[in-house]
Design a binder for this molecule. Sequence first.
Ligand code: RIB
Ligand code: CA
Length: 306
Amino acid sequence: MAEPIIIDCDPGVDDALALLLAFASPEFELLAVTTVGGNVAAAKTARNACLIREVAGRDDVPVYAGATRPLVRDAVEAGDFHGVEGLGAVPARTPARGAEAGDSQRAIVDLVMARPAGSVSLTVVGPMTNVAAAMASEPALAGRLKQVVAMGGARREGGNITASAEFNIFADPHAAAAVFASGVPIVCFGLDATHQVRATEAHIAAIEALGTPAGAMAAAMLRFSRQVERDVVRGTDAPLHDPCPIAWLLRPALFELKPCRIEVETTSPLTMGHTAVEFRSAQPNARWAVSADADGVFALLTERLA
Ligand code: RIB
Ligand code: CA
C-alpha cells in the first residue's frame, strides 16, 4: 500500500533533489507538490517544481502554487545559495506543463480531508506558510494528518541565515510557531541532522555517472551547491537538507530521532526564527533528528536517481 504524501517546497536546489528522490520512489502515492515563496520568489518556485517534475517524467503529479509572502514578517530569500532562478546553474525555462489552477492551501485541505484520518504525511521543506494557512482555514486539518515531516530549525548547529536561525523557520517564524503548536505529530530534520549529510566529490561523481536526466540535473545542482559552500560559507562539502525528510519516510533507520518540545522565537529582532529544542520537556510536540547516516542517504538517492 503506497504511502500518500504531499510535498510543500521552495525549489531551491536541495528541494529539487528531494523532489527527484520522491518522484523516483514507488513507495509514495504523491498526491501533490505544493510550492511557496522562499529560496526564490513564489512564481519561480512553482515554475521550478514543474521543471523538476518534467525531468522526472512525473506529469501525473499536480503542482499547486502557494504563498507569495510570509504570514507576518517581510519576505526574505536565499538566492546566494540557489542562484537567481533557484536551480543553481541549471538554466530556467518554461515547463511544458505549468501549475494547476487553484492555490496550494486549498489543495492541501481538500486532498487531506478527502482521505482517511491519519493517512496523509505532509512533508514541508521550505517556509511553513502554506501549512499554517491551510491549518488556519480548516481547523480539522491538523487532527486529520498522519504527520508533518519538516526540514527546519537548528539546536546544536546554530543558524545558517543568522547566528540563531535556520532559513525555513527564519523566513516565516509565525507560520512555524503555529504548526509546532497545532498538535499535529511532527518529525523535524534541522541542521543538527542535515549538516551530517554532505555531498562529497565522490557522491557527486557517482550520481553524474548514472547517465540519467535526473542524475545529470542532480549532479549539476550538487556541484553548484559545492561551489557556494566554498565561496559563501568557506566550507567544502555542501549539506543536503531537503532530501532528509524524504529519505526518512523511505528508510527511517537512517536517522535517530528524540522526543522534544520545539518553540519558535517570533519577536526578538536578534534571534527571530530561533528554534528552542527542549529534550527535557514534559509536553513534547515533536521528534528531532539528532543523527543521520550520510552514506545511507546518498546510497538511497543514487539508487533512486538511476
Ligand atoms: O536551511 C536549509 C533550508 O533552507 C532548505 O530547505 C533550503 O532549501 C532552504 O530553503
Ligand atoms: Ca527548501
